[in-house]
Structures are given as C-alpha cells and as structure tokens.
Unconditional design. Structure first.
Length: 694
C-alpha cells in the first residue's frame, strides 16, 4: 500500500511549535509523528498531538453549515447549505453595518497559531466592514508589555542551548506538560550537573523533578525578584561592566530593590527568608564569580495577577544584572515571537479600515461588552459577534456574564468550529472549519526561532472549509471587489514574510520545499547589548511608562483580591484560587476526547490538608467553591501539592462536561493587569464548603 508523507506544523498555543510528518494512506491520515530532523522537535510529540488523527476523524466533528432551531444555549441545529449560510451572514452583517459597523465584533485568539488561518483574510474582512477591533489580551499581553518595556520586544534566549546551563529557574511553568521540548533539554542539563529550581505556588509534575521548589503565594513574583535583586546588590554579585554598557536606569533600580530586604520579601511571598537569600547567592555566584551560564524560563502563569506586567519586568531585569546574556545558555526566555519579522500590515490590511478607526474592545472583558446596553464611553451596543479560533463561553473570565451576553436573543452570533463547543451552542449560524492537516498555513513560534510550513495532507471531510476561504467567500457575498480578497492561501503566506536580515534566504517557496527554516540570529543575541529598544539597552527604567504616568521601575503590586488590598473580601473568602492548564487538554482543545481525560473524568479542586481539616472536609467529597461571582460544584482532592491558603482548579474544561455545567471561570473576574490590559485569572479569592447535595 503506497504511503505519502506530508510536512506539517502543530497549530496549537504551545511554545514548542513542533514540526510534524503526516503519513497518508489512500487519502486518510494513518500516523502523526514529530519530525526527527527538526532540531526543537527531535521526532517527539506530546501525547495530545500524537493522537491528532483521533481528533481529525472524531465522530462528533462538524461537517456541514447549520442554523439554530432551539433556544440559545440548547445546542439544537439543522443543516443548511453554504449558500444559505453565507447569504444569511452577509445580509445580517451588512444590515447592522449600515447603521453602525462598530456594532459588529470579531472574537478570535489562538485556536490555531497559523498566520494564514489565524488572522489574515478574516482581519481584511472585518477591517473592510469597519467592525469594532478586538484587543487580543486573554493569554500573554501583560507579559508582552513587560518584555516590551524592558527588552523592547518579546525576545529572549535560544532554547537550543539551555542544556549547557549550570542553573535553571523554571518560573511559573509546568514544562513537562506545557513545554515538553524545553524540558528534555532541562533533563540533559541535570544529567550534566545543573541545578534546577521550580518557582510556583503549586507543586506541579515539573516541580516534583526539580532540585528545589519555591512555593510562593500567587501574585508575589515581583516581590521575590526584587528581593533577589536586593541580595545581589547588597553582596555585590553584579556584572558592573554589563550594567554600565548595556543597561539604563541601574541607580533607580538599585534604590527600588533596596526597599525589598529578604525578610520583607519572605513575609510577602510566604516562603522562608533563607530561601530568598540562597536563590540570589547561587544565581549571582554562578553567573558573576564563576562565569557559568544561568537561565530563567519564565512562563505566562505568573503574569495573570494584578501586577503581572511589572512582575515580568522584575524577573526580566535579573539576567542583565549578572551579565547572564554574555553566554548562549544564559539569559531568560519568556517568548521569542518578537524576533520574527512578520509583515502584519500586508497580511491583515489595516488600511482597509475607515477613518477614524473603529473602537477597540478588550476580549478579556467580553462579558461586560456583551451585556452593556450601549451608549456613553462604550459606544454602540454589540449586536453581532463572529467567533473563530476561540471558545469564549469556556475561556473568558467571569463566565456568568459571558453566558448572559451570548444568550441574548437579539445578538447575531456566527461560530466557525470543529466541534459543538460551549460557545457553538449559542450560535445562530454554525460553520464547519478545516483542521490543520486540511489546509495551508505558515507558523512562527514563541518558544524557538524556526519558521514552519504546514501543507494540506488530506481533503476536508463533508463540507468543511478553511477560515481563510470562509472569509474570502463572505467578502464575495458582500459584493466587495477588492483584489486582496482574491489572494489564495499561498499568496497570503508569502505576503506575511517581511524582508529582513534575520529572514535572509527564507521565503514561502523555500519553506514549502524544506518544511522549516531557522532565523539568522546569533547564538547569544544580547551578549553585547543590542536589545530592540530605542537605546539598544535593557531598560531597568522605562521612560515610556513614565510618560504614561505609570511606574517606570519594576515594582510589586498586591493582587486585586488579597489580604493587603481587600482585607474585608479576604475575610469572607480566605483562599487564593489558581486555575493552571490541565495537562490533559490544550486550553479547551482536546477537552472533548474522553481518551485524554483524567481517570476520574471530571474536574476537581485541590486543597492542602490543613485547609481541608479546618473546614471538616474530606478527600473525594463533593464541595462548593464560591465567591461573589458564582459557585462551582467539584470533587475535592486533599493534597500536599497545594500550599496552605491556595486551591487549584485545573482548567479549562468544557462547561457542558461538568456536573453543574460550569468551569473555573465562573469564579474569575474581569479585572485587568497593570500593563497590557490582560486578564487576572490567578487573582481570585474563594471559599470552599461542603456541597449541600452530592
């Protein structure tokens, strides 16, 4: 039997952006494997993606356009033709736009990380329509803002060399489940004698395998980083030459750090003072005195509290203080996405927008946006939403309000999807979208520096169409004749690549032929400064923040909901809730594959034995997790993995799969971060009590 192997890229919101080889027999995918020749992937895929064929051929896959026939949220639909679907959508959107196009809102995020199927033809469509713009903040914008005001962009060290480091801090990252290929290099570093430290409120699978676990309180990362700075400065564990040549604002940062002695930091973070001292000394001794590479892997969990942006800045300053950037295995990695010279203007065509430009709505406050009656500073009411590459009913904070908004009978809702998700249940028109092995795409990464091509391996099932083709067709049904709406997917991929020294020798044609190519970056990109800031230096003091009236120095801000800021609330709801990603899903993707569910097959809440005993709660009993925003019924897991005062609810289950039809976002708030206007998922006070009825 003849086989064909097709080059592909994993589309999911993960820093690894794996290169895949898809084996096809008689028009069907029979094997999904990692590309052994791609240096980051090294032939390995995570459990979820290695079983991608199950998702591709899942019996519940959407195959045809459908329209709603029941009440919103019931999920009752009947099949219609593409002509009826496109006619209905175009006529409804044009009618709303005739009154005010800002009453229309696109809602999308990282259901695919592809540049073509993510936001290319769709962006052109909504720009031409004049719809409200979406501020895509729901995952990384606080950290991105922190990096921008420190390094100039989302840039960092090359993961290819981390195995050479002598000390690795895994700060707010469960790398085993969310950054597998980085973890394999960490393991190699350990075999070579490196010390590995996990900094996380929760003892994750990754923390279990580290030499030390620093179980700080949620939202106190900035305080810990400033306390480490204090010790580095006090004991002169500094690379003065690097600071003098390649940074700016050290004296101001020095004064700020001296306000955070280890004793104060220990109290704020809920950890021993000796641990703060030891972390700093080990970091500084290795980097400065012994000239050994020290690396920090910072992830996005720590920026999901009120002070997340400044916390990112605080941690990002540490490598420059000790000159860690001098070595290719030293520095910090949170994101590499800023290295990729993508021509977003060519891809998305913002020139199609009317003048003045439409308003912008923050996707993290979609609950408030959809329940707002309109008027005042908000502007016109939102009367139509088109959702693609996202599942807001499950993923957006304060989901009680999100559900109320999507349940509006007067809200025209279109959803492009693979399956009937929580959000799809509220659609008026539901459209079947293609999956990764059925369309063309181009991928960059936020964990390494390779560009990847994705080529279609099989024909889409039923009547599924790609995102780009759906918006191409909608433009045609709207009667628009602009040439940009005729661009094929290969043309879009070619337009996305901006000429730059880093992409010399890289074109869409070469990527299509080779599958992947690495950016032309030095091994140690900031060994001699060269940060993408205006001065080329690491900014301890950010003048742009000062110009906005914001704190120009990294600082600690207690969470919105905390004993320090809201003592009365903390008295009623004394437990801090965090909701890290479930190891079994990728956001809400794969959450409908029972073979990937945890053994119990239901969401749960973890609590420390001391907290459980104080409430007379028992392992395995049903409990209610409550605050002023809502109530969840969950099975209790009593575990010492959670530090006292904290509870953990793995996210993001589909609401419809839970006993009470809810998930952790029933309890989270729409409060935003200090920088980047991002959500504060891990800034949430709750109480836990026995369920009234099991």
């Amino acid at each position: 039997m003849s086989q064909t192997i097709v080059q592909a890229a994993c589309p999911h919101d993960c820093p690894d952006t794996c290169a895949m080889r898809i084996t096809v027999e008689e028009g069907k995918v029979v094997r999904v494997a990692g590309d052994p020749d791609h240096p980051p992937t090294q032939g390995a895929l995570c459990t979820k993606v290695s079983r991608y064929a199950e998702r591709l051929y899942h019996p519940d896959r959407l195959l045809y356009p459908m329209k709603r026939v029941g009440r919103k949220g019931e999920g009752r639909f009947e099949r219609i033709s593409w002509d009826e679907a496109l006619t209905t959508i175009s006529q409804r959107l044009l009618a709303i736009a005739a009154d005010n196009p800002q009453r229309i809102l696109p809602y999308s995020y990282a259901g695919t990380m592809g540049l073509v199927q993510g936001n290319s033809m769709s962006a052109r469509f909504f720009h031409k329509l004049g719809a409200s713009q979406l501020d895509r903040t729901i995952c990384a914008s606080a950290g991105a803002a922190g990096l921008k005001h420190t390094y100039g962009a989302s840039v960092g060290m090359d993961m290819s060399f981390v195995q050479e480091a002598r000390l690795i801090w895994l700060w707010g990252t469960n790398s085993i489940t969310s950054n597998l290929h980085y973890w394999t290099r960490v393991q190699e570093a350990k075999r070579r004698g490196a010390r590995v430290v996990a900094i996380d409120p929760y003892r994750t699978l990754t923390a279990d395998k580290c030499d030390e676990h620093v179980a700080l309180l949620p939202g106190t990362d900035a305080a810990l980083a400033l306390g480490i700075m204090h010790v580095l400065i006090r004991e002169d564990l500094l690379d003065h030459d690097y600071i003098r040549q390649y940074t700016e604002g050290f004296e101001a940062l020095r004064e700020r750090a001296l306000d955070y002695p280890p004793a104060r930091v220990a109290a704020l973070c809920g950890i021993p003072q000796a641990q703060v001292e030891r972390l700093a000394r080990e970091y500084g001794e290795l980097a400065v005195r012994q000239q050994q590479p020290v690396a920090i892997r910072l992830n996005y969990g720590m920026q999901r509290t009120r002070g997340g942006g400044q916390a990112t800045r605080a941690v990002a300053c540490l490598p420059s203080l000790v000159g860690a950037w001098r070595q290719r295995a030293g520095g910090m990695l949170m994101s590499t996405s800023g290295f990729f010279p993508i021509d977003n203007a060519a891809l998305q065509r913002p020139d199609l927008m009317p003048d003045p430009q439409p308003r912008t709505i923050n996707m993290s406050t979609i609950g408030d946006a959809l329940t707002h009656p309109g008027g005042g500073d908000f502007g016109p009411r939102v009367d139509a939403v088109v959702v693609y590459n996202s599942n807001p009913v499950a993923v957006a904070p304060e989901s009680g309000k999100v559900v109320a908004g999507f349940a509006r009978e007067d809200l025209f809702t279109v959803v492009l999807e693979h399956f009937q998700t929580d959000t799809a249940d509220y659609a008026d028109i539901l459209l079947p979208a293609t999956m990764q092995m059925e369309h063309v795409d181009l991928h960059k990464s936020y964990g390494h520096s390779w560009l990847l091509a994705n080529l279609p391996a099989v024909t889409p099932p039923g009547e599924a169409r790609s995102n780009s083709d759906i918006f191409r067709q909608l433009a045609q049904y709207c009667g628009w004749q602009d040439a940009c709406f005729q661009d094929a997917d290969d043309a879009l991929a070619a337009q996305a690549l901006q000429p730059h020294a880093w992409t010399e020798g890289i074109q869409w044609s070469s990527l299509r032929a080779q599958g992947w190519q690495k950016l032309n970056l030095p091994d140690a990109p900031f060994a001699q400064g060269g940060f993408p800031t205006r001065s080329g230096k690491c900014q301890f003091y950010a003048e742009a923040l000062a110009a906005e009236g914001l704190d120009p120095l990294p600082g600690f801000e207690p969470p919105h909901e905390s004993p320090q800021r809201t003592p009365e609330l903390a008295a009623r709801y004394p437990l801090q809730m965090i909701s890290p990603p479930s190891r079994h899903f990728l956001n809400t993707t794969f959450a409908n594959q029972p073979g990937l569910w945890p053994k119990r097959g239901e969401p749960s809440v973890e609590m420390h034995p001391d907290d459980a005993a104080a409430r007379a709660l028992q392992h395995e009993q049903w409990v209610e997790v409550v605050n002023d925003r809502g109530c969840l019924q969950l099975r209790l897991e009593v575990s010492e993995r959670v530090r006292p005062g904290v509870v953990v609810i793995p996210s993001i289950w589909w609401r419809k799969h839970a006993k009470d039809g809810k998930n952790a976002n029933e309890l989270t708030s729409q409060a935003l971060t200090d920088l980047g206007a991002a959500p504060t998922f891990y800034d949430c006070l709750v109480e836990v009590r026995a369920a009234a009825v099991e």
